[in-house]
Design a protein around this ligand. Structure first.
Ligand SMILES: Nc1ncnc2c1ncn2[C@@H]1O[C@H](COP(=O)(O)OP(=O)(O)OP(=O)(O)O)[C@@H](O)[C@H]1O
Length: 259
């Protein structure tokens, strides 16, 4: 099969049962997901529906209890640099400047000084931080930290970036700015992104495809391709139509009428 037709990430009938004080907790049942290279996928759903579990399985931090969890058709057997996790606090090393944060992965994999410099400069340019290479994380804005975090996973050869509610704790204005920046980096780099969120609007703004999950046990319910042109206008009638549709779908899971 040609590479283009193999999904970068594929879950086939994946289930996950945790054990909590000897009691089984079925976090995920029968999940099927195909992610194509370059797609931006948002996972959305009520608390406890297995979003983080699914993301952590894609990262290789968790193993499936049953089913197949594949990258380029090969079983994922543990964490690896090709799947880069970006954490809510960005996980930057405060004692390293931007260049050294980005060069950390290549350095720990034994690359030469010249190679590390070339790689970090390449990704510094890619995310537009040329003037900030020698600056430390505490001197950066939230948006810049995000750019460093993404450049760092890219410099580590990530093909897919996994993000678990990275903007969950931010005020609305910062959040909107970071969403804009993320879409801009994604469209420029051809990255594949799997992004967990609770926020309907965020999912519609970011995603090519929104995957709606539901709890008890966690499962994938429905997928929607968001066919709105980019950059997306959150005030448009079409955007509102998506907001209404997803809201009513999510609220149907816990019996509340969508407003
Ligand atoms: N390490 C674990 N051990 C035991 N149970 C777990 C573990 N991780 C998650 N669970 C349980 O699995 C279920 C799914 O959790 P998960 O964190 O994947 O959901 P989520 O949709 O990401 O939730 P939230 O939106 O609140 O972060 C929950 O019932 C949770 O309590």
């Amino acid at each position: 099969m040609a590479e283009a037709t193999i999904p970068i990430l594929e879950m086939k009938n994946v289930g996950k049962t945790y054990s909590q004080n000897g009691r089984p907790i079925e976090a995920l049942r029968g999940a099927n997901l195909r992610v194509k290279k370059g797609e931006f996928i948002c996972l959305i759903g009520a608390s406890g529906c297995g979003k983080s579990t699914l993301l952590r399985m894609a990262a290789g931090f968790e193993t499936a209890t049953h089913g197949d969890n594949l990258m380029w058709g090969v079983p994922i057997s543990g964490p690896g640099p090709s799947r880069g996790m970006v954490f809510q606090d960005y996980g930057l090393f405060p004692w390293l400047n931007v260049r050294d944060n980005i060069g950390f992965g290549p350095k720990s994999r034994g690359r030469t000084k010249a190679e590390i410099r070339e790689t970090s400069d390449h990704f510094i340019n890619l995310v537009g931080l040329q003037n900030f290479a020698d600056v430390y994380p505490h001197q950066l804005s939230g948006g810049m930290k995000q750019r460093v975090a993404i450049a760092r996973v890219l410099a580590n050869d990530a093909e897919i970036v996994l993000m678990d509610e990275p903007f969950g704790a931010l005020d609305a204005m910062t959040r909107e700015r970071l969403q804009d920046e993320l879409v801009e980096i994604w469209s420029r780099t051809g990255l594949t992104v799997l992004f967990v969120t609770h926020a309907i609007e965020e999912a519609i703004f970011l995603a090519d495809r929104v995957v709606v999950m539901s709890p008890g046990p966690g499962r994938i319910d429905t997928e929607y391709s968001i066919d709105l042109p980019r950059p997306r206008d959150i005030a448009s009638a079409e955007f509102n139509e998506w907001r209404r549709l997803l809201s009513s779908q999510l609220h149907s899971h816990h019996g509340r009428k969508a407003g």
